[in-house]
Design a protein around this ligand. Structure first.
Ligand code: CTP
Ligand code: MG
Length: 223
């Protein structure tokens, strides 16, 4: 394999409600992070997996993942971007393609990991999986009065794994700036073109309780 996958898993999961850090919350009796890592490890191109865990759970996460796949576990940071940077810093020499994949997208199929990696291997410096936006999107003022309707046809909902030529991601993370919610955003700021490839409904991010219920259903029906 020529691919390293970084798995930011250090978030609290505030929007999911009270409980353990989100990556350790159970889906079908197993933590979200276990589901995510199992599917990443099933992708044939993957050589290295680095997980950024909640600081207080680093040891527990190592024990949890030992039977699942060989992984390196590091303490995460206060923002997602810092967690990704911490994981990127320990990728061993070798892999020239780096994917960044949210632990919260626990049911992401291995095929999506492969298709993103393949697009980088084929020559794109940065690749993101996307879906069309299905809802009408409106811009709204502070008073909750509509300012206008956005042209939905030019919008995409962005998922992970996001894939990068290693040197491109390293350079983007070395640049300073406000933390962003995805890694492609950092790369865009460097002026590097970012290619979209088809995403997957199964790569949904477990964010709110409704998403967890949907994920439970998908898992129970064979995903
Ligand atoms: N993440 C991380 N380090 C942080 C914040 C987030 O590694 N300091 C990870 C999360 O664990 C998750 C991914 O980034 O796998 C996407 O973040 P999000 O869905 O926002 O998860 P949380 O930050 O945990 O959720 P919330 O924002 O609701 O607290
Ligand atoms: Mg968050």
């Amino acid at each position: 394999g020529d691919v390293a996958v970084l798995v930011p898993a250090a978030g609290a999961g505030v929007r999911l409600g009270p409980g353990a850090p989100k990556a350790l919350r159970l889906l079908g009796g197993e933590p979200l992070l276990v589901h995510a890592v199992r599917r990443i490890a099933a992708a044939p191109s993957v050589h290295t997996i680095v997980v950024a865990a909640p600081v207080a759970e680093v040891g527990a996460v190592r024990e949890l993942l030992a039977p699942v796949a060989p992984v390196v576990v590091v303490p995460g940071g206060a923002e997602r971007q810092a967690s990704v940077a911490a994981a990127l810093a320990v990728v061993p020499p070798g892999p020239q393609i780096v994917l960044v994949h949210d632990a919260a997208r626990a049911l992401t199929p291995p095929e999506l990991v492969e298709s993103v990696a393949a697009a980088v291997r084929a020559g794109d410096d940065a690749v993101i999986p996307v879906l069309p936006v299905v809802d009408t999107i409106k811009e709204v003022g502070a008073d909750e009065v509509v300012l206008g309707t956005v042209d939905r046809s030019v919008l995409r909902a962005v998922q992970t794994p996001q894939g990068f030529r290693r040197a491109v991601l390293t350079a983007a993370h070395a640049a300073t700036g406000d933390p962003l919610t995805d890694d492609a955003g950092l790369v865009e700021k460097q002026g590097v073109p970012v290619r979209c490839v088809p995403g997957s409904e199964y790569a949904l991010k477990v964010t709110r309780p409704f998403d967890l219920a949907l994920a439970e259903h998908l898992l129970a029906t064979g995903h």
